[in-house]
Design a protein around this ligand. Structure first.
Ligand SMILES: Cc1cc2nc3c(=O)[nH]c(=O)nc-3n(C[C@H](O)[C@H](O)[C@H](O)COP(=O)(O)O)c2cc1C
Length: 152
């Protein structure tokens, strides 16, 4: 099975770190949104889409890429992200937009991973940021476990 991780990481490289760990654990290719095209994505059977969370949702490049994908019939995808604040599915479900786009395209979303990431956006820089050092070793271990579950 051919596996691919597509990511966008602009703030501190937090999501890139997570994406690299997932790619290694899944024996997947790793491409940024600059490199990945719908045509390339079409060659894979399992695709992970992820970025940092910016203003409550995934990066626009990942959302645009998902919107540009051709329709598929139940191809497997998963969603991942890093964010300063934890995802609370009922109150603040920042996966919603990306997930809806993938479902609309006929993907089956088989997993969602949310991880904390160092955040110094806006006034947070004056207090040295929040979630310093994240993702940390423990987070990356969680990511490996998540990957193992996907492979089952
Ligand atoms: C412009 C901007 C907006 C952000 N908005 C949010 C947000 O709405 N919710 C949140 O939890 N974190 C937010 N963050 C924090 C990032 O999600 C967090 O630092 C993430 O790990 C960044 O990933 P990256 O280093 O891969 O870009 C924001 C960061 C930036 C720079």
């Amino acid at each position: 099975m051919k596996r691919l991780i597509v990511y966008k990481s602009i703030h501190h490289g937090n999501t890139k770190k997570l994406a690299s760990t997932l790619a290694k654990a899944l024996d997947a290719d790793l491409l940024s949104t600059r490199e990945a095209t719908p045509k390339i994505i079409g060659r894979y059977n399992l695709i992970g889409f992820g970025s940092g969370i910016y203003f409550g949702k995934h990066h626009q490049r990942i959302l645009d890429l998902a919107a540009d994908l051709p329709k598929v019939n139940g191809k497997k995808a998963f969603i991942f992200s890093t964010s300063g604040i934890a995802r609370i599915p009922i109150i603040h479900n920042f996966n919603k937009e990306l997930k809806t786009k993938l479902l609309d395209k006929g993907y089956k979303v088989v997993g969602e991973l949310s991880c904390r990431g160092f955040d110094t956006y806006g006034p947070l820089k004056f207090i040295g940021g929040i979630k310093k050092g994240r993702p940390n070793e423990e987070d990356l271990e969680e990511a490996k476990k998540f990957a193992q579950e996907l492979l089952k």
